[in-house]
Design a protein around this ligand. Structure first.
Ligand SMILES: [Zn+2]
Length: 152
């Protein structure tokens, strides 16, 4: 299921890529591509080479009580960790999985800004498919209206 979700996220990003500049919403697009497809990237943001480790947690404890997935940043020993929670593996959540991976990889590459991560993921979806997943509630909850980032 994870492999399928990763393949779908990569396919969405690759469909978007011809429409993207070298930097979008402050995200280094080449580093992002490497993080998503190779799970390693050269990071101007963190400095040096960074590996993305993917871990699956079986219980809805800690941050998994609230999230489908989260990224452990900054890097430790050159590694950031993407933790996938039980909610990530819910039945029928293919689109959520794709969006979640597109979103979390922004954190891997560019840091913890929720508005930036939402805006970049929406930009990728829009460029790939001509539409993006509505995130209005989360956008407002994070005070993104005045953030300088914008949805498509
Ligand atoms: Zn986030």
């Amino acid at each position: 299921m994870l492999d399928r979700a990763l393949d779908a996220a990569i396919a969405t990003f690759e469909a978007a890529r011809p429409h993207l500049g070298p930097s979008e919403m402050g995200v280094d697009v080449a580093a992002y591509r490497d993080a998503l497809t190779l799970q390693r990237f050269a990071s101007a943001h963190w400095g040096g080479a960074v590996k993305v480790d993917i871990a699956i947690r079986e219980t809805r404890t800690g941050s998994c009580a609230r999230f489908a997935a989260f990224m452990r940043i900054p890097p430790e020993n050159g590694t950031v960790r993407l933790v996938l929670c039980p909610q990530f593996f819910s039945d029928g959540a293919d689109d959520l999985r794709t969006l979640t991976l597109l979103h979390e990889m922004v954190h891997a590459v560019a840091g913890p800004d929720e508005c930036q991560a939402m805006a970049f993921a929406a930009r990728v979806e829009q460029a790939a498919m001509g539409r993006f997943t509505p995130v209005d509630a989360y956008w407002q909850a994070n005070g993104c209206t005045g953030s300088g980032y914008a949805l498509p």
